[in-house]
Design a protein around this ligand. Structure first.
Ligand code: ZN
Length: 133
């Protein structure tokens, strides 16, 4: 299935945990895998703390510090920092499903990472049956 996310800022981390969990629930799979894939060159997906919203703000801040908007970039479209951040964070995540639910730590959430918004984005979610034998 394909999840849709509307981003509102140029850079933004959006908690998509409940959307992904709903897809896992609807699949009816007890033990398996959930693959998330972002088919964009200026966006990414990551897993990190969702309990304290300041963590995602700090991640954005550090990414902006290590990948500045202004530099001697060659890419004519003018969004090279967004491409670099997308590669640093990565386009996919693989999560385990146990007893019909995503295996996430107490403080973990799944974040869609926008680096060149605002846009409407897609995340492919593939839920697979993978019983342990
Ligand atoms: Zn570009």
């Amino acid at each position: 299935m394909i999840l849709s996310v509307k981003t509102k800022s140029r850079t933004e981390l959006i908690d998509i945990t409940s959307q992904v969990a709903e897809q896992v629930k609807q699949s009816g799979i007890g033990d398996g895998l959930c693959m998330l894939y972002v088919p964009h060159t200026t966006a990414a997906v990551t897993i990190n703390e969702s309990a304290d919203p300041s963590v995602r703000v700090d991640i954005e801040m550090v990414l902006n510090q290590i990948v500045p908007w202004e530099a001697n970039y060659k890419h004519l479209e003018g969004n090279s920092p967004a491409h670099v951040k997308a590669s640093l964070v990565g386009a996919s995540e693989l999560l385990a499903i146990e007893n019909g639910a995503l295996v996430l730590g107490t403080w973990q959430g799944i974040f869609f990472c926008e680096f060149d918004g605002p846009r409407t984005r897609k995340i492919h979610a593939r839920v697979m049956d993978a019983r342990l034998r």
